[in-house]
Design a protein around this ligand. Structure first.
Ligand SMILES: [Zn+2]
Length: 218
């Protein structure tokens, strides 16, 4: 069972990094096959080609960085369908995995089919906790969704380019892991593509967002 931490009486989600987990990022260099970190810096998982942003693994050390995501824990949760808050198994029923998404129901009748997200799924008890604690969802409003088909097939990160003064990072974007350019990307988080989705009734799930400041402290 994964140890969970609190800070000032607030639960800190599994994927939230702590200040002492942050490291100075090594500068990538060009190789024959894309980019790599010079020297012994860890940058790749055993099972993929992506060069990842570096993090220490020391949850509970320092202060939580509420607006950031710990890359290795996010990837672990995404690959194994673990709850983003408690790292237990995410909830699943006949309609699929339980996901909490930014509420974009006004973007069209097919939403969220085809949605790409960096948020890992959630378990049922953590659903309201995730809605309260995730700064992004709290600001924009969230809705619970069942997802029957999940494909983890992309990376959110920065692609590096050759410039007159050496390599430089482009702006953050989503890159398919199957694309040729993935070897030029420093990844921040995994991205899942969601389809066969069912939006759940906010009244039944008890998700009320945007959340008031008073609720955030509970
Ligand atoms: Zn949970």
């Amino acid at each position: 069972m994964t140890e969970l931490f609190t800070h000032k009486d607030r639960l800190v989600p599994y994927i939230t990094p702590w200040s002492r987990e942050k490291v100075t990022q090594p500068v990538p260099v060009a190789t024959l096959h894309g980019i790599a970190y010079p020297g012994p810096a860890e940058g790749r998982d055993a099972d993929d080609d992506v060069l990842w942003q570096c993090w220490r693994r020391h949850p509970g050390a320092g202060e939580p960085l509420w607006s950031e995501v710990h890359g290795p824990r996010q990837r672990h949760a995404m690959h194994r369908r673990l709850c983003q808050v408690c790292a237990g198994p995410a909830d699943r029923d006949e309609q699929g995995w339980l996901w909490l998404l930014e509420d974009e129901r006004d973007s069209g009748p097919t939403w969220p089919d085809g949605e790409m997200t960096t948020h890992p799924p959630v378990c049922r008890p953590c659903l309201p906790v995730a809605a309260r604690l995730c700064p992004h969802l709290r600001r924009r409003g969230a809705v619970a969704v069942r997802v029957a088909e999940v494909i983890v097939d992309a990376v959110y990160g920065h692609r590096y380019h050759h410039g007159p003064f050496g390599l430089y990072a482009g702006k953050a974007d989503v890159f398919l892991t199957s694309s040729w350019s993935i070897r030029w990307v420093v990844g921040n988080q995994l991205v899942a593509s969601l389809s066969q989705c069912t939006v759940l009734d906010p009244v039944e799930t008890g998700i009320k967002t945007p959340v008031s400041r008073a609720q955030i402290r509970r």
